[in-house]
Structures are given as structure tokens and as C-alpha cells.
Ligand binder design. Structure first.
Ligand code: ADP
Ligand code: MG
Length: 482
């Protein structure tokens, strides 16, 4: 099939529903916390009792603005909430409030990296605010379906790409970058199992070289990176197989069945006109002033791709380290503080990704819950950078600091690991070692230089690593008359 595959180009556009991290819902004051007892977090607005009015959640707006600014999109001074009308039991109002004609964010670019390190820039069409629907529960009652309206009205930012992706791997690289970004901005918890970040994948194929779009299918609500990759791969192959047979794929909505690793048709695709969109008469247009937008701009942190570049270009970190340290905001911020306190960015990177991450892992802790704060770790690394202690001692001190509130200096004192810089004491020890190992000393005098390491090793052992290897070497060479 590979010759046939080469003749076709896959075209993919993704729609991601990013659940915004707000305490209350998009248009009501009900709580959004996940996992509550069914229908305990749905109020009169969420279940559409007559005569109640929606009120826009300002925090959701601010988070959408921050997203738009972070991707370099245009923030609309005027955007409008429309009613998207359809009938479904999990939608008590009979319509979903969504931004159709005038979204809050237009355009924008997401910077992603492929597994091979190359850059992938993905053009966004738009990002718009909308509310989530409730959930149908099919397995709780025999012969009946239950509905849980807790999720109804939860704020979502739907982020839509242009049809510019051409492989399942690129689609996943984009999704991971978007996932990193929304968590970095603190606008979404990113929890995919709980549905806080869900993806619809639109897939079509066309003869390679063509600039027309083929008929697409849309795979709905895939909630893991691995399944997105599999679902898209499956769809690409299915489309190619149809086209090879001279058949036209149909525009439809499909479901991915992970157990069978295949997609199946759910319903034929509805078109925008089926929804009878119109501006919600209960909500005024959303008008944003320059000052409101500027206030959000001021809150933007340095972005992951900016940090990544800075780590590579200014700090000289490896691609691998720069990538790892610019993915999770908490770890990255921790690293920033350690590096500043240590005065050595590369050393700090090695320790944050090495010793520190390993310790977090084995204690099964998040960075935020680390018992060792960044200032203390930075203090330890400053001593290592200035060669006040060596790497071996630093590891012992690290362990002691992990288990206590000691500063580096206190831990070094407490463990009796202070560096021996009393050269009279070291000189006496060197003389003693020479007396204890006359054969080795003779060989060293005859020019067997590797025995230098033997003496330094003995001295290090005798001082539990606290002697300065450079000073020792100088003393031994002195006695050799070198
Ligand atoms: P909807 O699916 O809600 O009707 P759109 O028509 O705006 O909305 O398209 C949604 C997504 O589908 C976008 O990400 C877009 O890039 C993508 N898309 C549209 N046409 C195609 C196509 N022929 N092949 C692949 N993706 C497509
Ligand atoms: Mg769609």
C-alpha cells in the first residue's frame, strides 16, 4: 500500500475544547469542581428554568484573552454569544451558547516541536468561548439513561486550527504544545481523563500536489494523545483506501473505539445552517476596552517557547534539557530560581533534572510540594560551583537537606563534611601516606604517574572526600620535586 499512500496527502484540522479553570460556570454562579454528586452543581440558569438570565463570567473572559495574546491572535473588541440550537437530553436549554460569527480570538500561531526537534508552527483559525453540555449516563440505570447537569455551563475555550497539519505525529506534536501552553498560562488544569482537554480531529486526504480540500470526517472527543494519533492514522488509511477504490468519503462524525483501535460512524455531519445560530438576546455583545486587554497582557508570563529558546541560546543548555525545563511551568520556575541562586545555569539544569527530579519521583511528589525549596538547593549548588565542596559531598548534603530544613552550610556542618582547607593537616596526612606506602611512592618517583591518583584517592578516602584534590596534587608534586 505504500506507493498508494505516497500518492495522497493527509490534511488535518483540530478543534480542542479547553476547559477553563474557573471556580464558577460560564453564565452562572454554580461551581465547576469535578466529581461532585450528580446534579448538585447545576443551578437555575444551568437547567434553564424560565425567566432566569445568564451573566458572563469575567474570569473566563480574562483567561481567553490571555490565551489569545499568548498565541499572538487578535482579541476582538466586540464579540457575540450566539445560540447554537439543537435538541439533546444533556442540553436543557435546547441551545448551547457559543461564539459563532464573532469569536473572542481570531488567528494566532502555536509553536510546537516534533520528536526530531524540528519546529512546527500551526496557524489557528480562531478561539471562541462556549459552554459545555451535561453528561448522559447510560450505564447507571437498567433500561433508562440518566443525565448529570453538573457539567452543563462549564466554560470552554474552543481552539480551532486551519487545515494545515499533514500527519498524525504532527497533530500530536501540536496538541502537546497546546496542552503545555494552556497549563503554563494557568487557564486549564489539562486533566485529560477528566475531560478538561478534549480533541476533535478533522481528517481528509487529497492527491499529493493538489491544493483543494477533500471531504473530511471528524473524530469526536478523543481524550489521550495516543488515541488521537491512532484515530487519525486510522482515518487517513481509511480515506486513502476509499479514494483508491474511486469512492468518495462521506462527510460525517465518527467515534474512536480504543478497544478495537478503529473509528465508526456516529452520525452524518450537520452543517452550520442546521443549528440556526442567532445572537443570544439575553446577553449583550461582549465589548473589551484596550485597557482591559492591556491588563491581561501584563499578566502574561514568559512563554514556554521563549524560555526554550533562551535556555538554548543564552544559557547554553542542551536541546533535551531546554525542552524538559520549559514544559511544566512549576518545574521551570523552580529551575529559574535555583539557577539564579547557584550562579551556574548548566549545573542547576543537571541537578534539577537529575538529583532533584529523581528525589521528587521516588517520593511521588509534585514540584510544588518539594520539601527542598529552590533557594536552599541553589545555595548548595553555589557551593559546588565555587568548588567549596565536590560533587560527591554535594550529593550527601542534598540528601540531608531533602530530609531537613537545613541550609547547605548547616547541613555541611551537621554532617561534619566541611572541606579541609587546613594545609598543615593535609601536609601531615600526605607525609603519613607516603610513609605507609613506600613501594607505591618509589614507583611514583620512578615516573609511574598513575600512582598520583592512588595517593590522592587514599587522601580523599581518609578525609571522606573533604580534602581539596587540587591542593593534594600540589603537595604530592612538591614532594616529588616537580
Ligand atoms: P465545524 O467542524 O464545527 O463545522 P469548521 O468547518 O470550521 O467547523 O472546521 C473545523 C475544523 O475542521 C477546523 O480545524 C478546520 O481546519 C478543519 N477542516 C475543515 N475542512 C477540512 C478538510 N477538508 N480536511 C481536514 N480538515 C478540515
Ligand atoms: Mg467540528
Amino acid at each position: 500500500m505504500s506507493a498508494a499512500v505516497d500518492a495522497w496527502e493527509a490534511v488535518i484540522g483540530l478543534e480542542v475544547h479547553v476547559q477553563l479553570r474557573t471556580a464558577s460556570k460560564m453564565f452562572s454562579g454554580a461551581a465547576t469542581a469535578y466529581g461532585a454528586e450528580a446534579n448538585c452543581q447545576a443551578n437555575v440558569v444551568d437547567v434553564a428554568l424560565p425567566g432566569v438570565l445568564p451573566v458572563v463570567n469575567a474570569e473566563a473572559i480574562n483567561k481567553a484573552i490571555r490565551f489569545g495574546l499568548a498565541v499572538g491572535g487578535d482579541i476582538s473588541a466586540d464579540s457575540v454569544f450566539d445560540r447554537k440550537n439543537y435538541f439533546y437530553p444533556d442540553l436543557p436549554k435546547g441551545y448551547q451558547l457559543s461564539q459563532f460569527a464573532q469569536p473572542i480570538v481570531a488567528g494566532g500561531l502555536v509553536h510546537a516541536r516534533r520528536a526530531d526537534g524540528s519546529l512546527l508552527q500551526v496557524q489557528l483559525t480562531r478561539a471562541h468561548l462556549e459552554e459545555d453540555a451535561g453528561k448522559s449516563i447510560h450505564d447507571a440505570f437498567a433500561g433508562a439513561t440518566g443525565v448529570d447537569y453538573n457539567r452543563a455551563g462549564t466554560p470552554l475555550l474552543e481552539v480551532v486550527t486551519e487545515p494545515v497539519l499533514h500527519s498524525a505525529a504532527d497533530a500530536v506534536a501540536y496538541l502537546k504544545a497546546l496542552h503545555t501552553l494552556v497549563r503554563w498560562l494557568g487557564i486549564c488544569d489539562g486533566n485529560m481523563q477528566e475531560g478538561s482537554f478534549r480533541c476533535d480531529a478533522n481528517v481528509s486526504v487529497r492527491p499529493r500536489g493538489s491544493d483543494q480540500l477533500g471531504v473530511r470526517s471528524e473524530v469526536k472527543n478523543v481524550n489521550s494523545f495516543r488515541f488521537v494519533e491512532k484515530a487519525i492514522s486510522y482515518e487517513i488509511e481509511r480515506h486513502i483506501r476509499l479514494c483508491e477504490r474511486g469512492e468518495q468519503p462521506v462527510q460525517e462524525t465518527r467515534l474512536y473505539d480504543a478497544a478495537r483501535d478503529q473509528t465508526r460512524s456516529m452520525r452524518s455531519k450537520e452543517y452550520a445552517e442546521d443549528y440556526r445560530y442567532f445572537p443570544d438576546p439575553d446577553l449583550p455583545p461582549l465589548r473589551l476596552s484596550e485597557a482591559e486587554i492591556a491588563a491581561q497582557r501584563e499578566q502574561l508570563p514568559e512563554l514556554p517557547q521563549q524560555r526554550y529558546r533562551r535556555y538554548l541560546e543564552e544559557l547554553g543548555l542542551s536541546d533535551y534539557d531546554a525542552d524538559l525545563l520549559s514544559t511544566e511551568r512549576a518545574l521551570s520556575d523552580y529551575y529559574e530560581q535555583v539557577a539564579a541562586a547557584a550562579g551556574d545555569a548548566k549545573l542547576a539544569a543537571n541537578w534539577v533534572l537529575g538529583e532533584f527530579s529523581a528525589a521528587l519521583n521516588s517520593a511521588q511528589l509534585n514540584v510544588e510540594d518539594s520539601p527542598l525549596d529552590s533557594a536552599r538547593l541553589g545555595g548548595l549548588l553555589a557551593k559546588l560551583a565555587s568548588k567549596e565542596i565536590n560533587g560527591k559531598i554535594a550529593k550527601k548534603v542534598f540528601e540531608a537537606m531533602w530530609r531537613s530544613a537545613d541550609s547547605a552550610a548547616e547541613a555541611i556542618d551537621r554532617l561534619g563534611l566541611k572541606k579541609i582547607d587546613d594545609s598543615a593537616a593535609l601536609a601531615a596526612m600526605v607525609d603519613q601516606l607516603i610513609a605507609q606506602h613506600p613501594e607505591q611512592w618509589a614507583q611514583l618517583q620512578q615516573g609511574q604517574d598513575k600512582l598520583l591518583q592512588f595517593f590522592i584517592g587514599q587522601a580523599m578516602r581518609a578525609t571522606r572526600g573533604q580534602a581539596d584534590a587540587g591542593v593534594l596534587q600540589g603537595m604530592i608534586r612538591d614532594r616529588l620535586g616537580q
